[in-house]
Design a protein around this ligand. Structure first.
Ligand code: ZN
Length: 445
């Protein structure tokens, strides 16, 4: 819940007593903004914040909303460096509780890439023009927990300053607390150092990082920092207890290509993913010439695309495919597009009385299928850090022993060999290189 501390700040803002702190905002403007609820944010989000403790309490509040919704307790917000205005606050939405059908009442994967920070980056590019937002270099994304590889890659691709409250020793990009990002390639490391900052925790640790991040000169209380860590741990425990089911193993599934085309399931699937069933591989782990040509065609017809990715189910059906869509945002890579379109479609079909049964039988968990890249991601690009992170999140845990090579590519990375990419993977936090064990392999076709 909103704390007394925040309420007092809000009251001061309403009374116009904080004009000095609010900086560039004119007196009339701040009153007007204070009196109208922040239109783009949820209830309880203040209009502006003034120090690291305020920021930490806001993202903690967002993390609590996430925990209450049954997903991972992490929250974030975009703040204007100059005015402290809260432009947008969001929280993790990876899991959502299914309302109807065979999984009713259980959390189910909604979008494995829907971490708070990644969503904030996407939200920014969807709304920046319309809302005339300042460039990312004048904004800070505050996060309750150290961003994972996907979110870190998204934030630095966009050029945001970053302010972090609590460390994540397992999947956080600064997992060893050294602020060295050891093991990552040079350009990526430099960019992380230029954009990231870790707030001082009173009497415990100093501020580390980029001094352009908002509130870098102020500190967070130990209690708030601990609470940010606690709410995440609590949410993970809760999700484990409900025993989240990510989908049937392939030997219990049925090939959806043989479901009657008259079923609502197939009709809705084809509406959301028109490319579904357009190709069928003899072996889902052996992409053929047809798939290669299809991905080349997909890339060539999309302006500025440098890559295309397909998702093949365990029956060899092409279910989803996409090229990069950089006209939408610099983080809209082919891989992320495919994961999002597939996962959202699957969640909606699971969460529908008429389609839930066939969706459960016919739509695989991503980890049991195969992702086929036209070209392997190029090492030391910020979008590659993002895609490797998104791949880890999509796997949710170890790659199944029955499906060890579900990350395939036709062409080597730009610049030649795959060694640089493999080195980058080995330098990622433990979640990626020890648990998931990301292992891209070249397709032999
Ligand atoms: Zn993340």
């Amino acid at each position: 819940m909103k704390t007394k501390h925040l309420s007092q700040r809000r009251l001061l803002l309403k009374l116009g007593l904080t004009a000095g702190v609010a900086g560039g905002l004119g007196w009339k403007q701040s009153i007007a903004e204070a009196l109208s609820p922040n239109p783009s944010n949820s209830v309880g989000v203040p209009e502006a914040i003034f120090d690291a403790e305020d920021a930490a309490q806001l993202v903690l509040y967002m993390a609590k909303l996430a925990e209450a919704e049954g997903t991972f307790g992490v929250g974030g917000a975009i703040v204007d460096n100059r005015t402290g205005k809260v432009i947008k606050a969001m929280h993790n939405r990876v899991l959502q509780i299914v309302e109807v059908g065979e999984y009713a009442g259980k959390p189910y994967t909604f979008d494995p890439t829907a971490h708070g920070e990644r969503q904030l980056v996407s939200w920014y590019f969807e709304n920046a023009k319309r809302l005339k937002l300042p460039p990312p270099s004048q904004l800070t994304v505050v996060s309750s927990l150290d961003p994972c590889a996907m979110c870190a890659g998204s934030l630095i691709t966009a050029g945001f300053n970053v302010g972090v409250v609590a460390y994540d020793y397992y999947a956080g990009i600064n997992d060893d607390e050294s602020f060295e990002f050891k093991g990552l390639p040079p350009r990526t490391r430099r960019t992380l150092k230029n954009h990231f900052g870790y707030y001082a925790v009173s009497a415990k640790r100093e501020y580390v990082g980029n001094h352009r991040s908002a509130f870098s000169g102020t500190s967070v209380t130990s209690k708030t920092a601990n609470d940010c860590l606690e709410i995440f741990a609590q949410s993970v425990d809760k999700i484990r207890k409900i025993s989240q089911d990510s989908g049937l193993p392939p030997d219990q599934m049925q090939d959806p290509a043989y479901f009657s085309s008259g079923t609502q399931f197939i009709q809705q699937l084809k509406t959301n993913l028109p490319e579904a069933f357009s190709l069928k591989l003899k072996d889902y782990r052996r992409p053929d010439r047809d798939l290669y040509n299809y991905l080349r065609w997909l890339k060539s017809r999309t302006l500025r695309a440098t890559n295309a990715v397909a998702f093949i189910d365990p029956f060899g059906n092409l279910i989803a495919a996409s090229a990069d869509t950089f006209d939408i945002s610099p983080i809209s890579t082919a891989f992320m597009n495919v994961v999002q379109r597939y996962s959202l479609t699957r969640f909606n079909l699971i969460n529908n009385q008429q389609t839930t049964h066939l969706a459960r039988l016919g739509m695989t968990a991503p980890k049991y299928g195969t992702f086929v890249f036209l070209r392997a991601p190029t090492p030391d690009e910020t979008t590659t850090l993002k895609d490797l992170g998104a791949y880890g999140s999509t796997m949710e845990g170890p790659i199944p022993v029955t499906n060890p090579s579900n990350f395939l590519y036709f062409r080597n990375p730009q610049g030649g060999s795959v060694n640089g990419l493999l080195r980058e993977i080995s330098g990622l936090p433990p979640f990626y290189n020890q648990l998931v064990k990301i292992s891209p392999q070249r397709s032999m076709s």
